[in-house]
Design a binder for this molecule. Sequence first.
Ligand code: GTP
Ligand code: MG
Length: 728
Amino acid sequence: MSDHSDKLEISACARGQFEACLEPEGILVMAMSSAADIRNFAIVGHASSGKTTLSEAMLACAGVIGRMGSIAQGTTVSDYHVSERQRQISTQTSLLHCIWMGKKLNILDTPGYLDFISEALAAERVADFALVVVHAQHGIGVGTERVWNCATDCGIPKVIVVNAVDKQNAHFDEVLADARAHYGPKVFPLNVPINPGPNFNQVLDVLRNEVVTYETDGHGKFHEEPATGEWKDHATQLHRELIELIAESDDTLLDKFFEQGSLSEEEFRAGIHAAVQAQMFIPLFCTSAVWNVGVGRLLDFTAKYGSSPLDREKIDAEDARSGEQVQVKVGGTDPVLQVFKTMNEEHFGELSFFRIYSGQIRTGGDSFNANRKITERIGQIFLLNGQTREPVSHLGAGDIGATVKLRNTHTGDTLCAPNHPVKLAVPEYPRPNIHAALQPTARGEEDKTAAGLATLHNEDPAFVFRADPELHQTIISAQGELHLEVIAERLRRRFRLHFDLIEPRVPYRETIHGRADHRYRHKKQTGGAGQFAEVAIKLAPGPRNSGIAFSESLSGQCVDRVFVPSVERGIEIACAEGILAGCRVVDVEANFYDGLMHPVDSKDIAFQVAGYWAFKEAFMKARPCLLEPINVLEVRIPEDCMGKVVGDLSSRRGRILGTDVDGQFQIVSAEVPAMELYRYASILRSLTSGRGVHSEQFSRYEEMPREIEQRVIDEAKRARAANSSSGR
Ligand SMILES: Nc1nc2c(ncn2[C@@H]2O[C@H](COP(=O)(O)OP(=O)(O)OP(=O)(O)O)[C@@H](O)[C@H]2O)c(=O)[nH]1
Ligand SMILES: [Mg+2]
């Protein structure tokens, strides 16, 4: 019998080990998996490296599904959302689970596209190790590095999976060499492909010195036989190198190794787990996820040597009362769990995904949200396989599950015992740097839009929004074009909103070059109470960033001083409205030096109107101009992209301030007008094949070139005309 069919039996009887039984209402009551028997791992890696297909293969191996679904047909367990099926990419982390060799595997299949990197970062935070999938044809990509660094920051071990070894142009040896160049000689293969390429079905198992042959029908069955000939020599050589590597990870083992000239099988195997934990050894596997080749042995390794929740004794937290740093004992009695993802499922409600670090939770129990200081009643608890939800009555320390309808608990919040409130750290998401304005195309949806945006932000903090009072636009900011698109799609589908995404307005400013003087008389003396005011003002350019400096130098009794604030108010209104192109007026000194009043008809409103118009007329005489915001950019790019990126920045009227070196990357600092930076993140991505990242920050206002200024003024006029003709 093949080893694999053993596994299927194990997986079936493992449920027995967990003493599963059904309560009358059909709720699966699982005697909780002991934390030592749980393996929580995140499958992470560059986009389209095969993570979802690998998780599908794992479920097929463990007998959770009868046959593997495919990405092309949109039938995988993990990518079940409409947006995922339409685009054939993952946009959300999916939680899957299966039993393998008596261990409960909680699999977090994460998206690889950088737009959804926050999902992967959050999953790595709650995982005990990361399976980093690298495509055998494309090697290590930007996405690999991001998730690798995050795993390092989270302090979790990594296992590399070189996938798609069945591809014609698979370069296993090159990818291995590349991984070693990146991450050091501690990267070591535990299996190597014997026949890479389209017929790939055999691997050399370095731990057991065996050749493992897989069936390629997707079920992952395999049989093994001792390696012979050159493969035997190769396995012996690798085995020996591996023993040396493991021995080096521990001084006691190293002493034994020198004494005995080798390690006993027992010492060696015990050393593997410790070396992986200490990150002195990064195991590397090869697979063809799509043919389910190599996956069974990867699962064996995961069950036997992968980190359990108990491998981290304590995790850092913050005492929610004192703000002091404390540690939570993993597997302790007080419940401590963190919600790492919330997601709204159609016809079901909000699902909160959580990881339990300590204690246990049960349906109907109370839990304290330390971030929001509220008590939550725990609703139904589920184990998930994508959208398949299996209700359970309780879950214990180390496990991962989901619950529904928490009142006010959001992504990142910690639930705990009220008498020991603690907050666990939340991942830091990259600053969203793609922006769009949401332009309603139906009336009366303002409240629904605000509620929808707030809900989506709570689910996905990597997306932010703000209502800009100056631009009169709602600006949404995301991690990339695709992220923006997916958010727009959710707003339309879930909240039934109607809108377009358009380029956000740029907050230009208006000011003057010259001096001018204008006298304006406001007179309305026909019918009813009359209005009379005359205001004479002088304007002069003010220093940059000085705003509007208003002064009064009236002499005699021409105007009662009580009307001075009215004139100032009129000027403020004119400045806020804008005169040239509807932008805020800044850096002007306005002096109210003369005027006239009427004993009866002069009043506050009359002086406001006169001040308003006097300022506007004077402004137009004082050689008005526009200022544009200039942003400082920091662009991090690989050296070979330098020419292209700098050339592109110059074409955007950018000024290079300097360059710096950071490892293999160049950091370019530049000043670029904000109007030239619309969707720059996407442009940079395409210029650098996804390897460049940038941050931008407002620096100051500057005059803009005449012809561009004229274009902006003309556009503003056209927009005003269109608005007034549509009655808005
Ligand atoms: N030939 C071959 N194709 C594969 C393999 N694994 C995945 N694919 C294909 O590669 C494409 C991407 O696979 P996915 O499983 O969606 O990759 P992913 O890493 O989950 O992608 P994202 O989550 O969107 O980053 C699909 O067309 C798969 O059928 C493999 O081992 N061999
Ligand atoms: Mg995927």
